[in-house]
Design a binder for this molecule. Structure first.
Ligand SMILES: [Zn+2]
Length: 115
């Protein structure tokens, strides 16, 4: 990126969303790898197995969160492509800049989000 030729705002947003998405996909792969690795390593020890189950539940929850966020990012990317990024999907007003700075893939304004 050259300073004399800055990326258009939508490209910056797209780049940011894609970077975050790649990060989540990587995390998800790690979680899934851990889960399958543990499944193979399950011992005959029942106490071990009991601990194993709760570990897998925690990993599963991390995976769920990452998956949900990837889905939100995909929705945001579609909205960038459609030129509707930054507009509330419910009431259509521009989403607060501060809100987008914290959660760049949000699709609702703060008042719709708290409904
Ligand atoms: Zn709204």
């Amino acid at each position: 990126m050259s300073p004399s030729n800055p990326l258009p705002l939508t490209e910056q947003i797209r780049t940011r969303l894609l970077a975050r998405r790649a990060e989540l996909v990587q995390r998800l792969e790690r979680v899934e790898h851990d889960a399958s690795h543990r499944a193979e390593a399950i011992s005959a020890d029942f106490q071990e197995q009991a601990n194993q189950t709760s570990n897998d539940e925690v990993l599963g929850a991390i995976g769920e969160t990452a998956r949900a966020e990837i889905q939100d990012i995909d929705t945001a990317l579609e909205r960038v492509a459609a030129g509707r990024y930054g507009l509330c999907s419910r009431c259509g007003v521009p989403i607060e800049t501060a809100r987008l700075a914290v959660v760049p893939y949000t699709v609702t304004c703060s008042s719709c989000a708290t409904d």
